[in-house]
Design a protein. Structure first.
Length: 186
């Protein structure tokens, strides 16, 4: 299966979906802040319980998920790929923490200590939401998270870098697995 068909299969509609009385309500926009608040209060954090260290940061992931409207299982998948849940992880290019924030990205999203799990997850999720909004496509947002938005724009899609193509594929695999686990736990 090629990367583009995998991305197409895993496309996500980034509207807010809320389960209310066992029915899914889709909200493309909000009439006012009161309605938005009501929806956020109804939104439950449905996150995969994988066991062990993978569940250690679930409370923070759920908080970030609600604040930035990003599926908690997607956040968890990125953390799995980026740092394997090691908050002290440092990449060969100097990206730090659970979601592997570079110094420039951390600064741009207001993170002062990339090794602090809460700051890192909140900042990484904020950045991911910005990329999702910018590209409107999960595969492109993930590619931008890995290779930078400039490379995605330059190549008008997922860059032809083996690392980035493998990154997108792996995050999507983890995401699908976490969603399955999450559905089984309900």
């Amino acid at each position: 299966m090629n990367i583009n068909s995998n991305i197409e299969r895993n496309r996500i509609n980034f509207e807010r979906r809320v389960i209310v009385n066992n029915q899914i309500e889709t909200h493309k926009g909000f009439d006012n802040n009161r309605k938005k608040l009501e929806i956020q209060e109804k939104l439950a954090c449905s996150i995969a319980k994988a066991g062990g260290v993978e569940d250690k940061f679930d409370d923070i992931i759920c908080e970030a998920s609600k604040k930035y409207n990003v599926d908690p299982n997607l956040i968890k998948a990125i953390i799995k790929k980026e740092s394997n849940f090691n908050p002290r992880s440092v990449s060969k290019v100097g990206a730090k923490g659970l979601m592997q924030l570079t110094s420039n990205t951390a600064k741009a999203v207001g993170v002062k200590n990339s090794f602090d799990p809460k700051q890192n997850i909140m900042g990484g999720t904020k950045y991911l939401r910005q990329l999702i909004n910018q590209f409107g496509d999960l595969g492109l947002a993930l590619a931008a998270y890995n290779a930078g938005p400039g490379n995605v724009r330059k190549h008008k899609g997922i860059p032809p870098f083996k690392e980035t193509q493998n990154y997108v594929k792996k995050v999507l695999e983890f995401y699908e697995n976490y969603k399955k686990i999450s559905n089984q736990n309900q």
